[in-house]
Structures are given as structure tokens and as C-alpha cells.
Design a protein around this ligand. Structure first.
Ligand SMILES: [Zn+2]
Length: 324
């Protein structure tokens, strides 16, 4: 199997680069790749990290996972694309610094488009050409802190249902199945549309990576490979899951310092006070309340984060009963 500069051979671990565009000096804008080829044949899993450049726990979790990976026991191939957006990673920014675009809203991209659209086109093109399933590792980056959730797209298709099966084996307690239009440009949604399972796992953020975040990501990679039958052992099933559907992203009208009154993962109900904006003199200038009947907090703004008018302060996911 050939991916980017990597010529993968059965039973070996290979490193290389996936070219996604060019710098002005002609150098390659490229994602580093690690390709783990099992001794036995099987599916190809694409694991993607740092598509948002300041969500940096993914590569660390990949290193940790590889420490205990036995290529003799692996059926198939795992491709680790360690920098979904190499330009954003270099600047530790969420979006591409050169054009301000959020890569994970642009898929499938365009070879004739902007810099970010060219990167999107080459990244998803290679992933879909190469892989049977996709796992995308994310966090809240510098400014937000997310709870431990998986985001996927069960549209009732075979790929959607297969994703809904796999997602229950990743050790992730919060399962957010969204068909919202704003997610149609995300990489995982492109996989589902192409008839292949794909999903995001999120944990943490707030400009740091914790040991717990790394362990959660490793568990997700292990669960995905086991769910696909690539490694022996059962997927990581939990006793109970919490389900969610559409999300609301609330923004502040006022600038100031944001005080969150809830934690990521908390249950919230309509009109509950979830946060407030405090001005530089110490006065509360705005209250933020839950607009949904019942939901759970997907992400909060980092505590006491200075915010501008119009910036996001909390993401609430609408609670959904367990699907039949
Ligand atoms: Zn992200």
C-alpha cells in the first residue's frame, strides 16, 4: 500500500509525509504519517489528529497507543495522519492562519479552491481512497473545554448504523448523533456520505492536555480497532450512555471576563443560569441561560477567559432518549 511518501509493508511500522499543498518556497505543506501495517490482512482505519491546530493531544495519544501495539496481532492497517492542518498546527491556531478558514467545515474541499480547500481536498481524497473507517481526535483547543463525547452522523444508512455500533465501543459515555447542516463539511460526515463509518472523539482543552485526555484517546483508538475486528478483544462497552441530538452554541453580547457556572458534561434545564459576563470593574453585565428544555454541556469557555462581544461561551447538546 502506498500513501503519500510511505510504502507500507505487512508487519512493519513506517513513517513519511502526505503532501497537502505548497509553501511559497516550494516546500511541501504536509502531514506527517505513521502507517502501522498488521501481519494479517484486514480493513484500513484512518486516525486523524490536529485538524484544528491547537487541539494537540492526538499525536501524544498515538505515541502511547503505538507503545503497546503488536503488529503480529493486527489485522489490516492503521494510518495515522498526525497533522490534519499543518499550517494551523505551526501557529497553534484552530483555523488556517493564511485564510482564516476552519478546515473541518470545508470538506470535501476543492482542488480549484482556496488554500484550505486544497488541503481539505487532498486530505479527504487520500483518506477516502485509502481507508474503510475514520476516527478524528479533537478537543476544545485553547479557548474551550469539552466533555468526553463522540460526534457522528447516523442518518439511517448502513454506514450511519455501523458508526452508531462502533461508537458504543470506545469508552465514551456521551454520544452526540447530529445531522445538522453545519456539520456536513466535517471529515466524519464525508465518510458517512461515502458509505464508510466515521466519527469524532472529543475531550478536554483549555490550552492543556491531561493524562486523562490521553487515556481517553487511546481507549478510543483501541475500541475502534477492536470494533472493526482489527485487534483481538472486545470493544470498550459501558453500562450506560447519554445521547444527544442538535446543539446550541451560545455567544455573549457583552465583552468582559466569562464566569462559567457549570462544568462540561453537566446536565442543564431551561432557563438555568449557566454563566455570566463580568466587566473589568467587577459588575455582572450579562447572564447566560439554557434555552433548551433539557440538555448536557458539550463545551464551556475556559474559566475567566476574556471574551469579545459575539464570542462563543457554551455549547449545549439537546438530550435525546436512547435510540431504539
Ligand atoms: Zn476540533
Amino acid at each position: 500500500m502506498k500513501i503519500g511518501t510511505v510504502e507500507a509493508r505487512q508487519g512493519t511500522l513506517s513513517r513519511g509525509q502526505l503532501p497537502l499543498g505548497e509553501y511559497p518556497d516550494g516546500g511541501a505543506i504536509a502531514s506527517p504519517l505513521i502507517v502501522a501495517s498488521g501481519r494479517k490482512p484486514g480493513p484500513v482505519l484512518w486516525v486523524q489528529t490536529c485538524i484544528h491546530g491547537n487541539e494537540v493531544g492526538g499525536p501524544v495519544a498515538v505515541h502511547r497507543f503505538l507503545e503497546s501495539l503488536d503488529l503480529e496481532a493486527l489485522s489490516g492497517t492503521i494510518v495515522f495522519a498526525l497533522q490534519g492542518n499543518p499550517l494551523a498546527f505551526r501557529e497553534l491556531s484552530r483555523a488556517t492562519p493564511q485564510d482564516g478558514q476552519n478546515l473541518n467545515r470545508l470538506f470535501p474541499g476543492s482542488a480549484q479552491g482556496s488554500l484550505s480547500e486544497i488541503i481539505a481536498d487532498r486530505l479527504i481524497g487520500t483518506a477516502l481512497e485509502t481507508a474503510d473507517a475514520m476516527l478524528d481526535l479533537h478537543s476544545g483547543g485553547h479557548f474551550m473545554i469539552t466533555c468526553h463525547y463522540a460526534l457522528y452522523h447516523d442518518d439511517g444508512s448502513a454506514a450511519g448504523r455501523e458508526t452508531a455500533r462502533l461508537v458504543r465501543g470506545l469508552g465514551v459515555p456521551n454520544l452526540w448523533n447530529s445531522l445538522e447542516e453545519w456539520l456536513s463539511g466535517a471529515a466524519f460526515a464525508q465518510f458517512t456520505k461515502a458509505g464508510k463509518p466515521g466519527l469524532i472523539v472529543e475531550t478536554g482543552g483549555g490550552a492543556r492536555v491531561t493524562e486523562e485526555d490521553i487515556e481517553r484517546f487511546v481507549l478510543a483508538i483501541e475500541g475502534m480497532t477492536r470494533g472493526l475486528g482489527m485487534l483481538p478483544g472486545a470493544p470498550v462497552a459501558l453500562d450506560a450512555y447519554r445521547y444527544g441530538t442538535n446543539a446550541v452554541d451560545l455567544t455573549a453580547r457583552r465583552g468582559g471576563l466569562y464566569r462559567s457556572l457549570v462544568e462540561a458534561g453537566d446536565e442543564v434545564v431551561r432557563d438555568q443560569l449557566v454563566g455570566e459576563v463580568i466587566d473589568i470593574f467587577g459588575d455582572v453585565t450579562e447572564e447566560v441561560r439554557c434555552p433548551l428544555e433539557h440538555g448536557w454541556v458539550g463545551a464551556i469557555r475556559r474559566p475567566w477567559m476574556p471574551i469579545y462581544s459575539g464570542e462563543e461561551v457554551i455549547e449545549i447538546i439537546e438530550t435525546m432518549p436512547e435510540p431504539a
